[in-house]
Design a protein around this ligand. Structure first.
Ligand code: GLV
Length: 325
């Protein structure tokens, strides 16, 4: 008899077909975002789940799921999963790193360019019919080339972003839990490790690419924003909660910093409505990894992890190897 699994959100039909070879699959192609109660009900009798960050696997939910053996999260970030509680219950947890590094780095640059060169703001103005003539001072922005890029969170995505800065003749500063090896620093456009404070005060453009956790909550708050240059831009493509959005709204409104590009928000998708009142912010709906081929690769990687976990093999991206040991 096949084991039963839940695919908690809509996904590529090919991946459902692939998983159906191995499992009795309950899919959710209507893409309902299940409440905790609905998740608990849907997961009764299931051995595994393929989920996204909208599903919160906390200790309360897990105690209701004694049969669950595997959580395959289709994301590199896994702050939606209580890893310690899963480990205590013998549940194998996996994520989808690497396959999204380059696409996410591309999008970091997309947001940075759009923010520093005021792309969406000027397009809205044009669409509203305001374009009457060329003027020397319409939509003056900040240069990318020759500027200093500060990257907070220098993992694989951060390094891919840094590599792309070579073509723009930029200086790269970074701050991370641990410093890179000298070889890694050279490949990351000779990135230089500095304190968070030095990075914030020296960088022309600051990019946030660090994972979210209790320790990184509000890494960028009022005090940090106050250190930044008034001409600086801030890009967050990591997770909501890394920035205090209220403090950022204040800084953007008072022009304490020039502009921000945001792909993630506190309480998304219900982000703070005041962002919509500001011209100096570029807003995108958590799409940094959203190229066709990368999302397909992520879905298949999550499927690989789930198949391995439920066939007593080590999932390629196992996050809690203690369970296997
Ligand atoms: C997307 O946000 C991810 O963590 O993969």
């Amino acid at each position: 008899m096949k084991l039963a699994i839940l695919i908690a959100r809509a996904i590529f039909p090919d991946v459902i077909e692939r998983l159906s070879v191995y499992f009795d699959v309950e899919a959710n192609q209507q893409d309902i975002v299940f409440s905790q109660q609905e998740l608990a009900e849907k997961l009764q009798g299931k051995s595994g789940v393929l989920c996204t960050s909208s599903a919160r696997f906390d200790a309360t939910l897990l105690t209701r799921l004694p049969m669950l053996k595997a959580v395959a999260n289709m994301a590199v970030g896994y702050d939606n999963v209580d890893l310690a509680a899963c480990t205590a219950q013998g549940i194998l947890v996996s994520n989808t790193p690497d396959v999204l590094n380059e696409t996410t780095a591309d999008f970091g640059w997309t947001l940075l360019m759009a923010t520093a060169r005021r792309v969406t703001e000027s397009e809205h103005w044009l669409r509203a019919g305001h374009w009457d003539k060329w003027r020397y001072d319409y939509f003056l922005g900040a240069d990318i080339h020759g500027s200093t890029l500060g990257i907070i969170g220098m993992g694989r995505i951060g390094q891919a972003i840094a590599r792309r800065s070579m073509g723009f003749d930029m200086q790269v500063l970074y701050h991370n839990r641990t410093s890179l090896t000298p070889e890694q620093e050279v490949r990351a456009n000779n990135a230089r490790y500095v304190s968070k404070e030095a990075l914030l005060s020296e960088a022309d453009h600051v990019m946030l690419v660090l994972p979210y956790s209790a320790t990184t909550h509000h890494t960028i708050d009022k005090a940090e924003l106050a250190l930044m240059k008034p001409t600086a831009t801030l890009v967050n493509l990591a997770r909501g909660g890394i920035v205090n959005d209220l403090a950022l709204i204040d800084a953007l409104r008072s022009k304490a910093i020039a502009a921000a590009g945001l792909d993630v928000f506190e309480n998304e998708p219900k982000f703070h409505p005041d962002f919509l009142t500001l011209n100096n912010v570029v807003l995108t709906p958590h799409i940094a990894s959203a190229s066709e081929s990368t999302r397909f690769a992520m879905a298949n990687r999550a499927a690989d992890n789930l198949i391995a976990a439920l066939q007593n093999q080590r999932p390629p991206n196992l996050l809690n190897p203690e369970v296997v040991a």
